[in-house]
Write a protein of this length. Structure first.
Length: 147
């Protein structure tokens, strides 16, 4: 599903500006997490149904990387074939940020902190930027360097 409108919850795809959560997180419950990992490189296959929310422009997905001490990252596709990735944990109070097409930007549902897609704080109360990760795309695979 593609994100339509604003999502300010833990996952994204579908839904309007109402903030409903569709459970779009990866890596839990023994279900295919939607990624493979080798060293610090997380590879995301966009052809897998578990990654369908990320496959369209303005799509995003929050992944819990179990192999990296359950690190949460948010990966988004703000424009065609262009991907961004940051920590998904708000630096203010630890809530999981979501993607908003109004900007586009990342937004925390708990206290309203907003971040640019590179993790830079736009609006507080957060004062510390999110950690940004390098992304690359080759065909239908997005790679994220998670340290």
């Amino acid at each position: 599903m593609a994100t339509v409108g604003t999502m300010i919850a833990c996952g994204g795809g579908g839904g309007g500006d109402d903030g409903n959560v569709d459970g779009n997180t990866g890596g839990d419950g023994g279900v295919d997490p939607g990624y493979t990992i080798s060293g610090n490189t997380v590879s995301i296959d966009l052809t897998k149904s578990v990654n369908s929310a990320l496959a369209a422009v303005n799509g995003f997905k929050v992944y819990t990387i179990k192999e990296k001490s359950n690190k949460k990252i948010i990966v988004s596709q703000p424009t065609s074939n262009s991907f961004a990735a940051t920590s998904a944990v708000c630096t203010h109070a630890g809530c999981t940020v979501g993607y908003s097409t109004l900007g586009p930007k990342l937004q925390c549902p708990c206290h309203g902190s907003q971040y640019q897609l590179d993790g830079t704080v736009i609006v507080g109360p957060a004062v510390v930027n999110l950690v940004a990760y390098t992304t690359a795309v080759a065909g239908s695979t997005v790679t994220v360097e998670v340290t």
